[in-house]
Structures are given as structure tokens and as C-alpha cells.
Design a protein around this ligand. Structure first.
Ligand code: GLU
Length: 474
């Protein structure tokens, strides 16, 4: 049997880190087994639809290289099937019409809560006579269809990550499978579609585990074979609370917009709840397809740690710069997109900041001082162990030396050695030369070394900036 997995998002919002992980694990498992990775849009909750969310999900999947196979299914296109299936269950007395008003249900719930009972539908409509039902339907009375949970049974389910689960049927509520607007609930649509799409492995977030026993009953009611169930551990904040879904914090699109590489997002998200069985941390999508295994998914919640993600991103950037392989060109292009001032010099920008940047959007601010020298106070030029006079003399010495440096030698190694020699062959300390030079060329107390900055700025601009500092020193 061909392996088929599916990613089944509800288009109720943006694609977040959690949905990306679900999509990725489904993709990896399918590809590892020469199977299909299917996409199904679960748009039956009409009140929660967000315009554009569906398109956004598809676009991000494609951007991340997780292209779905076959036709993209959409539940709103399949309403007839769900209605027919619900009616079939009614005929077989496995489901029933429920005409209870929301007011009655509210009252019921409140009463049960007051009596410290678990809220549960009281089967008020379960035994209505055929005539009553016909009459109400003819009068177009508002109704839903409820699935009848069998009495006195222990329902057993098995999950590949969480193991065996069993639930007493009396603890389950007669769930609504068809709503009053004619749309199915998630449970009904999900079961029918997974069956029809021949899904072999249902891989989804742990929040759906409590629904599994109800799903098992639905599979049985339709006489469908069960797929294999794989629930993925919860994602947590570093303080172990449930991962916030605030858009700015976890939206995949926002991470891409900040200049996190898509390979990094894939790699990091893969490690949220899965491990390769050893301490390797860097994996390409191809490597993940080979290495992924359901057996190595953890039950314990996985912490989404932005610092770790930043580490991954800086590590990838560093390696791409070092290896200069195929991804180098892409990195240069992406870098250019994030720059306002040095769009034409991404390579130089990366030379200067490639080993320091966490995500590419930081580069614009990091390079601002190169475009325009920030204002600084004269005292800042004086190192704490130096004085005004020594600083002035040290800077003058450096200026004269740098002025004689040939254009072709104007690069960081040469400049650095030149400055070092100045210090070694004079009575000046690094604080009299390197410190004021750094302030002079960057206006900043913390920056790359003066030689690196001067390399980027070129001879003319560097000397200009040093001259300005000398003028300040009077
Ligand atoms: N539509 C559900 C969601 O967005 C899918 C759950 C499932 O994969 O069965 O979480």
C-alpha cells in the first residue's frame, strides 16, 4: 500500500512554527517511504475563516520546498458527501437529529456545572419519534446531527508516540457531526476524507489526541480501516508554558521576512520533538528525509527557543560563507534584499558581519554607521588609560602612515599589520591607536576592528573620518 500522509490546516490564520512542523513531519515520512504528501484545506468552520489564509499556507509550503502531491482538496467542495454520510449513520441508528436550542444547551451545561458534573449532552433528542422528527424537519426547525456514543464500552486506541490509550464511553459526549449550517464538524469531515484520500498515516499535533477515541468510533461506524496515528508533542515557550500563537512570535512568514533562511527553519523545526538518536544538529531537507523516524519522536513537550533558532541561522550563514557552495549566491541575493544602503555590496557586508549576524534583517542597522558616521563626543576618542595628548599623537601617527598606504594594499590584513607595527615600534599602546581609530571610523564603542571597517570604507572615506576625529581633538 502506498504511504500517504496529509497536512490538513484550517485556514483560520497564518502558518506558524507548529503548523510548519506538522507539515514537515508529514512530508518527511511520505518522502522517506516513496509516498505522497497530500494537502487538504479544512475550511468547515465558516465563522473562523480568515481571507487569504489558504493562499498563504500554500505559498509558504511551496517556499519551504514542501510541495504537496496531487490535487489540493478542500472540504467546502465536498459538502454533499458529508451530508450523505451523516444521513447514512442516522438510518443505521448510529446518529440522530438534535433540535435542542442553544439556550437549552446552555441551561443544561450550567446545571451540570453547578452540580459539579462534567458537561455532557443529555440525549434529549435521542429517542424522538419518527413523526416528531419528520414534522420538525418539514418545518425547517434548526437542527444538528449528533453521533451516538455506544454505551458501556472501553474504547481503545493506539498512537505511535503516546502508546495505548483507553477511554470509557460514558466519558464521551454525543458529538455533533453535522452543524445547523449544513457543514460537517472537523471530526466527521476528517474521518471521511482521510478514508477517501487513502491516508495511511495521520501525523498531527498532540492537541488532537483527546479526539482520537471519538474518531476510532467513527471509523468503526463507517466500517473503515484505521490509519496509523502519530501525534506530535506540544510546543512550549522556554518557561514551559504552551507556545504563544502571537503572530509576531511564531509566524513562519515573519521569520522569513526577518531573514531567517528557509533551510534553517526546516532544520530547526525538525528538531522540535524529534532527534536523530545522536547529537548531530545540522540537517538538510534531503538528509532529514533519510534520517527521520517516528520512533525518535519524543512525548515530552518541545521548547521553541528563539536563541537556538538564532544560533542555527548564524551557523548556516557562517558555513555558507565559508564553503561558498551553490547556496552562496542565493545568500548574496537575499542579503541584498535586506539592505538599504549597500545593496550592491552584499559580499562586502557579509565579509564584515557574516560571522556576527543572527538574521539578515539585522544587517541594515548593523551597516548604518558605514553609510553615515554617527555623532560621537570628543572624549569618546580617549581610551580610559590614555589621555588627550597621547591620543592625538597616536592618531596623527596612524593617519600619516595610512595616508602613504597604496590603494592596492588597502585591505584588512595589511591595514591591521600596519597598525600593529605602529604600536610595536613606538611608545604608544593599542589604546592610543586602535581605540581612537575605532571611534573615528565607526563612531561606535563596539564595532568590528578598525582595519575591517577601513577595508569596507576604502581609503578616502577612512582618512576623511580620521581627519574629522583629529580636528575634534584640536
Ligand atoms: N484542521 C486541523 C488543524 O488545523 C487538522 C487536524 C488533523 O490533522 O487531523 O489542526
Amino acid at each position: 500500500m502506498k504511504t500517504k500522509t496529509r497536512f490538513a490546516p484550517s485556514p483560520t490564520g497564518y502558518m506558524h512554527i507548529g503548523s510548519l512542523r506538522t507539515a514537515l513531519f508529514n512530508y518527511l515520512y511520505a518522502k522517506q517511504n516513496d509516498g505522497d504528501f497530500l494537502l487538504r484545506i479544512e475550511d468547515t468552520d465558516r465563522s473562523r475563516l480568515v481571507p487569504g489564509a489558504e493562499e498563504n499556507m500554500i505559498e509558504i509550503l511551496n517556499k519551504m520546498g514542501l510541495n504537496p502531491d496531487g490535487k489540493i482538496e478542500k472540504q467546502s467542495d465536498r459538502l454533499k458527501k458529508y451530508n450523505k454520510a451523516a444521513e447514512k449513520l442516522i438510518k443505521e441508528k448510529k446518529a440522530y437529529y438534535c433540535f435542542c436550542s442553544s439556550e437549552r444547551l446552555d441551561e443544561l451545561r450550567k446545571g451540570q456545572q453547578a452540580n459539579k458534573q462534567v458537561p455532557k449532552y443529555d440525549r434529549h433528542c435521542c429517542d424522538l419519534s419518527e413523526e416528531d422528527i419528520d414534522k420538525k424537519l418539514k418545518e425547517d426547525e434548526n437542527h444538528v446531527i449528533r453521533f451516538k456514543i455506544p454505551d458501556n464500552e472501553i474504547i481503545k486506541a493506539e498512537d505511535m508516540v503516546y502508546g495505548k490509550i483507553s477511554v470509557k464511553s460514558e466519558d464521551l459526549d454525543d458529538l455533533v457531526i453535522l452543524k445547523s449550517d449544513g457543514y460537517p464538524t472537523y471530526h466527521l469531515a476528517n474521518i471521511l476524507d482521510d478514508h477517501e484520500m487513502k491516508v495511511t498515516h495521520v501525523i498531527r499535533g498532540e492537541e488532537w489526541l483527546p479526539s482520537l477515541p471519538k474518531h476510532i468510533l467513527l471509523y468503526r461506524a463507517f466500517d473503515y480501516d484505521l490509519p496509523t496515528f502519530v501525534h506530535l508533542p506540544l510546543l512550549l515557550n522556554p518557561d514551559k508554558s504552551k507556545l504563544s500563537k502571537r503572530q509576531g512570535d511564531v509566524a513562519v512568514e515573519d521569520f522569513l521576512a526577518k531573514g531567517y533562511l528557509k533551510e534553517v527553519l526546516i532544520n530547526y523545526v525538525a528538531m522540535l520533538g524529534w532527534n536523530p538518536g545522536d547529537d548531530r544538529e545540522i540537517f538538510s531537507l534531503e538528509e532529514l528525509i533519510k534520517e527521520f523516524s517516528i520512533a525518535n519522536i519524543n512525548k515530552a513537550g518541545a521548547v521553541f527557543d528563539i536563541n537556538k533558532l538564532n544560533w542555527y541561522n548564524s551557523e548556516y550563514v557562517r558555513q555558507i560563507i565559508e564553503n561558498k557552495d551553490d547556496s552562496y549566491k542565493t545568500l548574496l541575493n537575499t542579503t541584498a534584499e535586506f539592505l538599504t544602503n549597500f545593496k550592491d555590496r552584499p559580499e562586502d557586508v557579509l565579509k564584515l558581519f557574516g560571522s556576527r549576524v543572527e538574521y539578515l534583517a539585522q544587517l541594515d542597522e548593523m551597516t548604518a554607521f558605514l553609510h553615515k558616521l554617527p555623532r560621537y563626543e570628543t572624549e569618546e576618542l580617549v581610551f580610559k588609560k590614555s589621555d588627550l595628548n597621547k591620543t592625538k599623537q597616536g592618531m596623527k601617527l596612524a593617519y600619516d602612515k595610512l595616508e602613504t598606504t597604496k590603494d592596492k594594499d588597502w585591505e584588512k590584513e595589511f591595514l591591521h599589520t600596519t597598525l600593529e607595527n605602529l604600536v610595536n615600534n613606538s611608545d604608544f599602546s593599542p589604546g592610543d591607536i586602535f581605540w581612537p581609530l575605532r571611534i573615528a571610523v565607526s563612531g561606535l564603542q563596539k564595532s568590528p576592528s578598525p582595519a575591517e571597517i577601513m577595508d569596507f570604507l576604502g581609503k578616502e572615506e577612512s582618512l576623511n573620518r580620521i581627519k574629522q576625529a583629529l580636528d575634534k581633538l584640536g
